[in-house]
Design a protein around this ligand. Structure first.
Ligand code: GLY
Length: 378
């Protein structure tokens, strides 16, 4: 299934994203933006899980036109971000399971674009640290290090992890060592069993007994409550399982991705951007999550190539990403730095509500790139 299209709106959307990213790069430089609450991106810490999205966005733009007059600057800034991120790899307390998000979009992206041996070395180091988080008895990758009164994080895994597994698949390809892939598949199987409900809705956080590995309970996490359906978590699942299928060819991952996608699309209905939790009660439905829409659209373009129902997923992805451009993307003449409006970071904690978010911007541009015919992997 070819997802590529040459529609005028698509070219306008891509060029607008490119121009704004180049404009943003002049100010943001090699810092780590997270949200744009008042039209300007903040500066976040390099150890936060979102630190790879800015260099990833720069590489996405760079790869489309390495001859562009801004290309050398984009490359320089992305490489400088990567050097800063390497410091985090020296401290086991600073790394968590989001090594995939961070390193696929920085060091591994630079290796894929430029053949950089430093990028490969750092990517392999990150993959080794991610593999070391595998819980042998529970067969899951431990998400976080921090201590919490709500749960014992030694036994916690979260749905977002599905997007980190491609770092392990990549490491197996690079090294011809199958262990990374085995760990990724074992984790994906645990997630499919313990997080994906019969109706295709997804749980954000599962706590396992850290000693036995047995499942103890679900937590609402960034969703409304246990049993609810956090929109971005659903998007992580549909996209992440589609990528596991792309790397392994194991049909069970395709089936799981399709279940999550079908649930996402049924709950979205005619909308473009979902409410932050599909099951949020009426008094909590005024927060939206454009990042979930962008992550889902890019994942739907994976399913478009991989699933027998590809045309349905391609059409749904195109409807979403076109709607993001036409209704959520500020015109180039507007000073706003964010590429798409109305994302929500963490509704239960009241953080980043209805604002542009760097991973929303990244996946919006990734979805546009796929629709323009880009078939590679970041
Ligand atoms: N990975 C955390 C989030 O999606 O907000």
């Amino acid at each position: 299934m070819n997802t590529s299209t040459s529609a005028t709106w698509l070219e306008e959307a891509w060029q607008q994203g490119v121009h704004k990213t180049i404009r943003n790069a002049k100010r943001i430089q090699d810092t780590f933006p997270h949200i744009s609450p008042q039209g300007v991106y903040d500066k976040n810490d390099p150890e936060w899980w979102t630190a790879g999205f800015w260099p990833g966005l720069l590489w996405l733009v760079y790869r489309d036109d390495p001859q562009h007059e801004a290309a050398a600057d984009l490359q320089r800034i992305a490489a400088s971000c990567e050097r800063q991120l390497e410091d985090c790899l020296r401290d086991p307390d600073l790394v968590d399971h989001d090594l995939g998000f961070v390193w696929l979009l920085s060091g591994v992206a630079r290796y894929r674009q430029m053949g950089s041996e430093d990028g490969r070395r750092r990517g392999m180091l990150a993959a080794n640290l991610l593999a070391a988080r595998f819980h042998v008895r529970g067969e899951f990758i431990r998400a976080w290090n921090f201590r919490s009164s709500m749960m014992d994080t030694r036994g916690v895994a979260i749905i977002d992890s599905m997007m980190n597994l491609p770092l392990l698949y990549w490491a197996s390809e690079q090294s011809s060592d199958p262990r990374f892939r085995w760990l990724a598949e074992a984790h994906a199987d645990t997630v499919a069993r313990e997080f994906v409900r019969a109706d295709g809705s997804i749980c954000h956080v599962v706590e396992f007994d850290p000693h036995t590995g047995q499942k103890l309970r679900e937590h609402g996490g960034q969703g409304h409550a246990p049993g609810s359906a956090w929109a971005r978590g659903t998007a992580w699942a549909l996209h992440g399982f589609a990528l596991s299928f792309r790397y392994t060819g194991e049909a069970r991952y395709l089936e799981t991705a399709e279940r999550a996608a079908d649930f996402f699309l049924a709950m979205l209905g005619e909308d473009i951007v979902p409410v932050w939790d599909f099951r949020a009660p009426a008094e909590h439905r005024a927060a939206w999550d454009s990042s979930a829409a962008a992550i889902a659209a890019s994942g739907l373009f994976e399913l478009a190539k991989l699933s027998p129902r590809g045309p349905t997923y391609a059409a749904a992805g195109e409807r979403i990403v076109r709607g993001l451009y036409e209704r959520y993307s500020p015109a180039e003449s507007v000073a706003e730095e964010g590429l798409i409006m109305q994302g929500t970071v963490h509704y239960p904690e009241g953080r980043g509500i209805n604002v542009p978010i760097i991973y929303g911007d990244y996946f919006y541009m990734e979805a546009l790139a796929k629709l323009r015919g880009y078939e590679g992997l970041f």
